[in-house]
Design a protein around this ligand. Structure first.
Ligand code: AMP
Ligand code: ZN
Ligand code: ZN
Length: 429
């Protein structure tokens, strides 16, 4: 490992420096010693990017998320939502948000997938894979910042636990959803109260409450209403405390995808053709040769069940899901909100059918759309934007932070209208 990692006893460390955290705090922040922010970067603005997993685009009004709506009223919003990349799952989309690349270009094409070249499986539940940078393509925002002498910090974000493009965030944590919600904000505030040379300019923060409630109870449940209210209060607290710092901070609140109520029971593909002789992950299929791929494609197409089947190269272009071997071949795409898998689970595992799910084609199901809100010194007050693809968030953040950018799939033109005049004019040039 190239970077020098100090497994900081941050409990005491940050408490000592910032007096912001309580003495009992046991947040195991990992600090990577990258030296101070360069003099140039110390002059830059700050971005705090919050992800509320599974926060569907229409939840703010539907459930009266007053703090989130207030951010939109003061700053920018996408009232009809932000369009996730396909598949509308957590890991592909969080990593798209920070790289500006479609999943098939950054390589995290699902929460779990097989790589036929490596002959290995990646899974978001496997800490060895999640922390192995060789799975991840592109340059995530924290790595981009660090490369250019700007400090960054991640309070959870898919990819943040791995060394990617030769860099890590200066401060990060291993994912543990049990970490208290308010303690996460305490830590963000502690980071922002560090001396200017150590203070991160790009910070991520993550909450999964709304996604969990959506899966367990469905998008129209009182439990989702409750979870929305809870994370809205957290955003309200964060916004208020950020305000009190009197630093030039832009707050961006996004989600990775939406949520839809599941219809029917599991569709298990091996009912139509045997899928036992080669790797499968979820509904992803990795037959070993062309003949098998074509045979399976024909059988599944003949099944005419609740899914579409494509040879990978034929997947509709708008999904940007036709060129990476990790996507498998053939590719199965759900027609509606149904649960699809290749093989049944092992006999000893209970067969769980969620009430709500996502992952579906966002161009066929608007319920897959996510929230986008932003406010701060670089955001044009009371601006709105039509539904846009989430690949375009990366160029926005890069612009605000004044970083040099690699070429990505997203473009600054899409969101330049929500930038303050000084920044958007430059963007047009
Ligand atoms: P899904 O709804 O299946 O797309 O996945 C959402 C789940 O991913 C969340 O409920 C979290 O528990 C989990 N998750 C989110 N971020 C991370 C992370 N950085 N590392 C591991 N798991 C995560
Ligand atoms: Zn998610
Ligand atoms: Zn989910």
């Amino acid at each position: 490992m190239k970077s020098l990692i100090r497994r900081a006893v941050f409990t005491g460390f940050l408490t000592l420096i910032c007096c912001a955290a309580s003495a009992q705090q046991i947040t195991p922040v990992i600090a990577v010693d990258r030296g101070p922010n360069t003099a140039e970067q110390q002059q830059k603005h700050y971005v705090v990017m919050v992800s509320l997993d599974g926060f569907r685009y229409d939840y703010p009004k539907k459930y009266g998320a007053k703090h989130i709506l207030a951010i939109g009223a003061k700053g920018a919003s996408a009232p009809d939502g932000m369009i996730p990349s396909y598949p509308s799952l957590t890991f592909p989309n969080h990593y798209t948000l920070v790289t500006g690349l479609y999943p098939e270009h950054h390589g995290i094409v699902a929460n779990s997938f097989y790589d036929p070249d490596r002959k290995q499986t990646y899974s978001m539940r496997d800490s060895k894979a999640v922390t192995d940078g060789s799975w991840y393509g592109g340059v995530p925002l924290w790595s981009l910042a660090e490369k250019q002498g700007m400090r960054s910090a991640c309070f959870f974000w898919p990819g943040s636990e791995a060394e990617i493009a030769g860099e890590r965030p200066s401060y990060y944590l291993h994912f543990d959803n049990k970490v208290d919600d308010n303690k996460r904000i305490d830590q963000v505030m502690a980071w922002l109260k560090l001396p200017a040379d150590q203070r991160p300019h790009f910070i991520t923060l993550y909450y999964s409450d709304v996604d969990h409630a959506g899966h367990e109870h469905g998008p129209n449940s009182p439990q989702v209403a409750e979870a929305v209210k809870h994370v809205d209060e957290l955003v309200g607290r964060l916004e208020k405390e950020l305000d009190g710092l009197h630093l030039p901070i832009d707050l961006i609140v996004v989600a990775d995808h939406g949520m839809e109520r599941v219809q029917g029971d599991w569709i298990t593909l091996d009912k139509y053709v045997s899928l036992n002789d080669f790797p499968t992950v979820g509904s992803l299929l990795y037959p070993p040769n062309e003949a098998d791929a074509e045979r399976i494609y024909k059988k599944l197409r003949a099944a005419d069940a609740g899914f579409l089947v494509y040879r990978r190269a034929q997947v509709p272009a708008e999904l940007h899901y036709n060129s990476n071997p990790r996507e498998g071949d053939p590719v199965i795409i759900a027609k509606g909100p149904t649960m699809i898998r290749a093989n049944p689970p092992p006999a000893d595992r209970p067969d769980y059918l969620p009430v709500g799910e996502h992952g579906y084609n966002p161009y066929e199901m608007t319920s897959m759309r996510a929230i986008f809100f932003a406010e701060g010194p670089d955001i044009r007050p009371r601006s709105t934007v039509k539904p846009f693809e989430n690949i375009n968030v990366f160029p926005l953040v890069v612009r605000i932070l004044g970083l040099e950018s690699p070429k990505v799939d997203g473009s600054l033109n899409v969101l330049s209208g929500i930038l303050d005049a000084s920044l958007s004019d430059e963007a047009q040039r």
